[in-house]
Design a protein around this ligand. Sequence first.
Ligand code: ZN
Length: 149
Amino acid sequence: MAKRNILKFGDPTLRMTSREVSEITPRIITLLDDMIETMRAAGGCGLAAPQVGVLRRIAVIEVDEGTVYELINPRIISFAGEQREQEGCLSNPGEFGITKRPKVVVVRALNRNGEEYELRGTDLLARAICHECDHLDGKLYTDVQIKRG
Ligand code: ZN
């Protein structure tokens, strides 16, 4: 495993749309491992592939320490409710904003074994799912920020 460099806000790569993963190759597995290491080293609870300069639809989330969700080709299939909470991004260190997000989100994705699964997140996990999926479409939390904070 290797730590990768995290791109910062202002880098045009963060505004690009990522491509679907058609085959989970050893390269993709290495990328997942590196992303987990990079997220942990930076003290974050989520990281998307474009943040390390790879325009593929991949994200990792670790809201509860020790429980890592790997999301390949994630699609949010339902959402409900609303929350307004503080949100930050490893690509914008030290900055935070209050965003409006769904309270509950269900996402469908593949894991590293190519198996489809569904993940239901509430509160922080719901925010993290939305935040990371947005990265794959070149969207940043500041786009949905209702105020700084
Ligand atoms: Zn982010």
